[in-house]
Design a protein around this ligand. Structure first.
Ligand code: G3P
Ligand code: CA
Length: 288
């Protein structure tokens, strides 16, 4: 299997608020305001990747949520960012002898015992690590749209097919959702390619900043190129926009993670299609 697409180095690492950006061309971009996405749920206000975080995004009126999926020892898909459990749960107290606390070393029943909220604030005590099924049920009830990241899929062979099955069961693979309510993304290009191969009509995204000359290769299987904001320059966004993705539509750019107004306005001016943020309400007000 090729590793060509596993990662890509930033093309132009230049902070958007850097003095180095003085003199950048003024944007002539005139299309609609970027979509704002709640990163790991509204993770500036509630513990990331929990139901509380997507509830908060809904309460803020944010339609799109970004979350991460991984797999437990016994094959359950769960919503979790880190590949280990200690940063965002009380796993060290509950299972002190189980270091290094890999997600993949714990069963779903064990993970369901963990408190995934107290680390963020006492009012979130008892919040759980949701299974993907629980999570989809909740965001479906909120009518939220989903940017789902396959996190470290190289650790979980077959997770692409399993995730697509869960999305189908959760109601996210019908035509309406495929049209404008779902993107499956990953830093692992081979994984994105597998998702596209399994379900060509599902919109996909590659996380990273591939060199411009390699973009046509990515456009064969990825509908979005989603770079860190420091590399989402106007020239790069324009280069992406010149291409069409595998579903025949203009390639899009969703950039991350933008938490301040000045940077949001900069990347919006540079023409990005989406901004992923921990405080999406502030960014929505700035660019909406
Ligand atoms: O969606 C973009 C962003 O989530 C990628 O970074 O580390 O927060 O998963 P990370
Ligand atoms: Ca993510």
């Amino acid at each position: 299997m090729t590793t060509l697409f596993i990662s890509a180095s930033p093309a132009q690492a230049k902070p958007a608020d850097s003095p180095l950006n003085e003199g950048r061309p003024t944007s002539t971009h005139t299309s609609k305001a970027p979509t704002v996405v709640a990163h790991r749920g509204a993770s500036g206000y509630a513990p990331e990747n929990t139901l509380a975080a997507v509830d908060r995004a809904a309460a803020l009126g944010i339609d799109w949520v970004e979350n991460d999926v991984q797999r437990t020892k016994d094959g359950e898909l769960v919503v979790m960012h880190d590949t280990t459990l200690e940063r965002t749960t009380d796993v060290e107290e509950v299972f002190p002898k189980r270091a290094p606390w890999n997600v993949s070393d714990f069963t779903a029943k064990e993970i369901a015992r963990l408190d995934a909220g107290s680390w963020f604030g006492p009012e979130f005590r008892g919040e759980r690590v949701p299974t993907l099924a629980q999570y989809l049920d909740r965001i479906n009830r909120h009518h939220q749209k989903l940017l789902l990241e396959l996190k470290s899929p190289e650790l979980y062979p077959g997770i692409e097919k399993e995730t697509l099955t869960a999305l189908r069961r959760g109601g996210y693979l019908d035509e309406a959702h495929r049209r404008d309510s779902l993107v499956v993304q990953s830093f692992n290009g081979d994984s994105v390619k597998r998702v596209h191969g399994l379900r060509p009509r599902v919109k996909t995204g590659f996380l990273g900043t591939p060199p411009v000359k390699e973009l046509p290769d990515y456009a064969k299987f990825s509908d979005q190129i989603n770079p860190k904001y420091t590399t989402a320059t106007k020239d790069y966004v324009n280069a992406v926009h010149k291409l069409k993705g595998p579903r025949g539509q203009r390639l899009e750019v969703m950039t991350w993670t933008v938490n301040d107004v000045a940077t949001a306005q900069q990347v919006a001016g540079d023409g990005v299609d989406g901004i992923i943020s921990n405080n999406p309400d502030i960014i929505q007000n700035a660019v909406g």
